[in-house]
Design a protein around this ligand. Structure first.
Ligand code: ADP
Ligand code: 5GP
Length: 204
């Protein structure tokens, strides 16, 4: 039988590139794909809800969860902690649902080490200028935070070469279409089909 487990999909990319926007569109009407809700110590932005966009925790609460082994991965980003709760990921994969982690590059690297079969997608802006425009245009951070995020973006772009696929977010529509193809292709990777190959051979 073909691999019945869901696919672990990791999406990274510089802040403001449009990961959230593309994912929101992609996940519409897609019942067999879940989005992991991360925990963070950063303050909620206007409109962000606890348990929907993030689990907003104090530093103490966050580190306690890490100490209890409840995080699949975690990292510090711009002076805050961010992490992926383990239970929901396992639940989804065991139930045969794909699950998307929208996480930064250190976390992605940690996931790949623990789960080599994870599909890693890096979202790129069409240009640096466009990234600046999107991040500033969002108007959710003060200018210092924006500058820090752009500084971090330089380091993140250096990590893009380690990802399985690069997704250029030129238009949302096109990026969503590309993401669908990437995920389809991910399902056909040899490493995810090994058991199927063996089974066909055994039943020869
Ligand atoms: P991220 O989740 O990567 O930090 P967001 O999804 O919050 O980024 O997007 C940042 C800003 O860029 C938002 O204002 C969003 O509306 C805008 N945006 C996202 N994708 C596109 C696109 N393809 N073209 C133009 N603007 C975009
Ligand atoms: P933001 O503050 O803009 O929501 O997120 C900042 C960065 O943290 C983004 O690059 C986002 O992908 C990343 N991030 C969000 N959740 C997690 C997580 O659970 N783990 C890690 N390592 N990074 C995360």
């Amino acid at each position: 039988m073909r691999n019945n487990r869901g696919q672990l999909i990791v999406i990274s990319g510089p802040s403001g590139v449009g990961k959230g926007t593309v994912l929101k569109e992609f996940l519409k009407d897609r019942e067999n794909v879940a989005l992991s809700v991360s925990a963070t110590t950063r303050q909620p932005r206007p409109g962000e809800e606890n348990g929907v966009h993030y689990y907003f925790l104090t530093k103490e609460q966050f580190l306690q969860k890490v100490g209890e082994g409840n995080m699949l991965e975690y990292a510090q980003y711009n002076e805050n902690y961010y992490g992926t709760p383990k239970d929901k990921v396992e639940e989804a994969l065991d139930a045969g649902r794909d699950i998307v982690l929208e996480i930064e590059v250190q976390g992605a690297c940690s996931v790949k080490k623990q789960c080599p079969e994870a599909l890693l997608v890096f979202v790129m802006p069409p240009s640096w200028k466009e990234l600046e425009n999107r991040l500033m245009g969002r108007e959710t951070e003060d200018i210092e935070t924006v500058k820090n995020r752009l500084r971090i973006a330089h380091t993140e772009l250096k990590e893009a070469a380690h990802y399985d696929y690069i997704l250029v977010n030129d238009t949302v529509e096109h990026a969503v279409e590309q993401l669908k193809h990437i995920i389809e292709a991910g399902r056909c990777r040899t490493q995810t089909m090994i058991d199927f190959i063996k089974e066909v051979d055994q039943n020869a």
